[in-house]
Design a binder for this molecule. Structure first.
Ligand code: QAP
Ligand code: CO
Length: 170
């Protein structure tokens, strides 16, 4: 297993649109395990392949208290089940140190493949529904900061750019 490097906003590679996975094989399962290791080490509750510069439709999530209920979604498709919206304070491993409130549909249905390539369906609400939508946004090159005002997004961008320059000078 290996911990992977996470791309950080405003890295343009985070804007890449992911392509469908065409084969769920041992190589993909090894990458899934590395993504889970990377997410748990952060620690985080969700990670999309886009964030580790792998541009296929693949996300991992674990919102359990004990971080022992990994969820894997390959080629996920989402259906909004409800007009109702829910607000959460969202963060992102690609936007370290920043949390902002985002409003999203509160109930969704997801169809995806699991780590064995088997199709499954899941109805999600609460934090899980938010997390699935946040991670699926990554696969479309979208970040939670895109839902904020331009002013807030620019402030986050310039703070992270400064932090990246300082880290580079080390
Ligand atoms: C997405 O985000 C999410 O800023 C997953 O310094 C988050 O795992 C969906 C993290 C909240 C819904 C609600 C963020 C770790 C982890 C940071 C994460 C940080 C260290 C974020
Ligand atoms: Co994120």
């Amino acid at each position: 297993m290996a911990k992977l490097e996470i791309l950080e906003f405003p890295d343009p590679r985070l804007r890449t649109i992911a392509k469908p996975v065409d084969q769920v094989d041992d190589a993909l399962r090894a990458l899934i395990d590395d993504m889970l290791e990377t997410m748990y080490a952060a620690p985080g509750i969700g990670l999309a392949a886009t964030q580790i510069n792998f541009h296929k439709q693949l996300i991992v999530i674990d919102i359990s208290e004990e971080s022992n209920e990994p969820l894997v979604f390959i080629n996920p498709r989402l259906k909004v089940l409800d007009d109702e919206l829910a607000e959460y304070d969202e963060g992102c491993l690609s936007v370290p140190g920043f949390y902002e409130t985002v409003s999203r549909p509160s109930r969704v249905k997801v169809n995806a493949l699991d780590r064995n390539g088997e199709p499954f369906e899941m109805i999600a609400d609460g934090l899980l529904a938010t997390c699935i939508q946040h991670e699926m946004d990554h696969l479309n090159g979208k970040l939670f900061v895109d839902y904020l005002s331009t002013l807030k997004r620019q402030r986050i961008r310039s703070k992270l750019e400064k932090a990246h320059k300082l880290a580079m000078a080390e």
